[in-house]
Design a protein around this ligand. Structure first.
Ligand SMILES: [Cu+2]
Length: 468
């Protein structure tokens, strides 16, 4: 796929927008610029740095925060040695703006640029990242926050906590990982037996249920910082903190909790849910939860995110009440854990409760060759599209024949899972089954894939294609 690298703007050259595609808005309310380039980071804050790939020279990239329904224009300039794109994870935007290389646009060549313009709606906690190869695991990630006009829950402050896994060298495809040391499978073994059926049981969240395949990470980061150098927020007693948790990692399922405080979950993947209290939750790459934490327990506390499958030190954020001193105390992780079945959408799911117009049964599996991952035996991009028609209620029944969890993400649409709307859902290993339903209301070619980027790179993806 050739792109006009020297042109000021690279237009998608391989995509013909159909008359029924959602239109790309023309006039922007908000304008931002992102430059992708190499640069040093120092997640330990000690001056030790290693070079990686960054948006605007920082990790995570700058927080983009706009109001619901603002038209956001982002001018991307590529100063990397390789082609790149940006995907706006979760936003149901017009297809040509979706940032999938060779599907919705030509990749932006080195020294090229591309303008993304889209309506920031609905409100929610999103993130943006490169969708080329393994670039996401080089820190090409950042938060995108779309504020609602009238939130369904009360809070005094709104903070973003973005978790990531950190490599100190260039990411390599899974087929290049050595076994038994070095870059071998990080952490835990293949634990847990299978849970079959469509039940939304505790273990469906992936906590300890399935090993994940992941490289040996150098550490886990909260807002770009290692636990030895945690970000700190000073809180006032009585304050209600809305924390927007984002799992922007390449391959890590995190278990998340706060010392001394329950989490009141208010949004799943940006979509409002009836508030539900829990001591912890697990989330996979691509998932987000918003939680309100009521500051009723003075002291110095830690929000921690531990790798469910690895043994790195948990990513950590310090919550320090005004006037308190001492070391932060983290969560014990022996209390309740959120399950998908606890989530109840505020919006009606009625339209997606009945019989679907079209059903796909798909099997997720490991390929014969190391580092290859399949959907129904096919390895993307050598894979058939899943065809839908505009207006259909589509059901996808996923069955995971592999021993590892797959966080499956659908572009361009929210789906119903249980009684909630999400855009990414973990399908546990060992014949884990998850069913999702969505309304085919956004014509185009949309990727449906595993958000463990090593599995995506290994072929676990399909295109959902609208028939004319
Ligand atoms: Cu996967």
């Amino acid at each position: 796929m050739a792109a006009s690298g020297s042109a000021p703007t690279t237009e998608p050259s391989n995509v013909t927008a159909t008359a029924q595609s959602s239109a790309v808005p023309k006039d922007a309310d908000q304008q931002r610029a992102l430059t992708a380039r190499t640069g040093p980071i120092s997640p330990a804050g000690d001056g030790d740095s290693n070079p990686t790939w960054l948006y605007n020279g920082r990790t995570p990239g700058p927080e983009l925060r706009v109001a619901e329904s603002d038209v956001l224009r982002v001018d991307l300039t590529n100063r990397l040695p390789d082609p790149t794109t940006i995907h706006w994870h979760g936003v149901p935007l017009a297809n040509p703006m979706d940032g999938v290389p060779n599907v919705t646009q030509a990749p932006v060549e080195p020294d090229g640029s591309f303008t993304y313009t889209f309506e920031a709606a609905p409100a929610g906690t999103y993130f943006y990242h490169s969708h080329v190869g393994l670039q996401l695991d080089r820190h090409l990630i950042g938060p995108l926050i779309v504020e609602e006009e009238s939130p369904h829950v009360a809070f005094d402050r709104d903070i973003v906590v973005l978790f990531n896994d950190h490599l100190t060298s260039a990411p390599r495809p899974e087929s290049k990982w050595s076994t038994g040391g070095g870059d071998g499978m990080g952490g835990g073994g293949m634990s847990g037996g299978g849970m079959s059926g469509d039940g939304m049981g505790r273990n469906q969240m992936g906590g300890g249920m399935s090993a994940a395949s992941r490289p040996d990470y150098a550490g886990l980061l909260a807002n770009g910082r290692l636990p030895s150098n945690p970000p700190e927020f000073t809180v006032e007693k009585g304050e209600r903190l809305r924390v927007r948790f984002i799992n922007a990692s390449g391959a890590t399922t995190f278990g998340v909790g706060v010392g001394g405080h329950p989490l009141n979950i208010t949004h799943a993947d940006g979509r409002p849910v009836e508030p539900v209290a829990t001591d912890s939750f697990a989330f996979g790459p691509g998932e987000r939860y918003d939680a309100v934490v009521e500051a009723t327990n003075p002291g110095v506390w830690a929000i921690e995110a531990q790798s469910v499958d690895g043994d790195e030190s948990p990513a950590s954020v310090t919550l320090r009440y005004e006037g308190t001193t001492g070391d932060p105390r983290g969560p014990s992780f022996d209390g309740s854990q959120l399950e998908y079945g606890d989530l109840r959408a505020v919006e009606s799911t009625e339209g997606l409760q009945g019989s679907p117009d079209r059903t796909f049964d798909v099997t997720l599996s490991a390929g014969r060759d190391p580092g290859t991952w399949l959907i129904d035996g096919q390895r993307f991009p050598d894979a058939d599209p899943l065809q839908v028609s505009a207006g259909e209620h589509v059901r996808l029944r996923m069955r995971n024949r592999s021993p590892v969890v797959h966080p499956m993400h659908l572009h361009g649409h929210f789906f119903r899972v249980g009684d909630a709307f999400k855009d990414t859902v973990m399908v546990p290993g060992h014949i884990g089954r998850v069913t999702i339903d969505f309304l085919a209301d956004n014509p185009g070619e949309w990727l449906f894939h595993c958000h463990n980027i090593y599995h995506l790179d290994g072929g676990m993806a399909r295109i959902i294609e609208y028939a004319d």
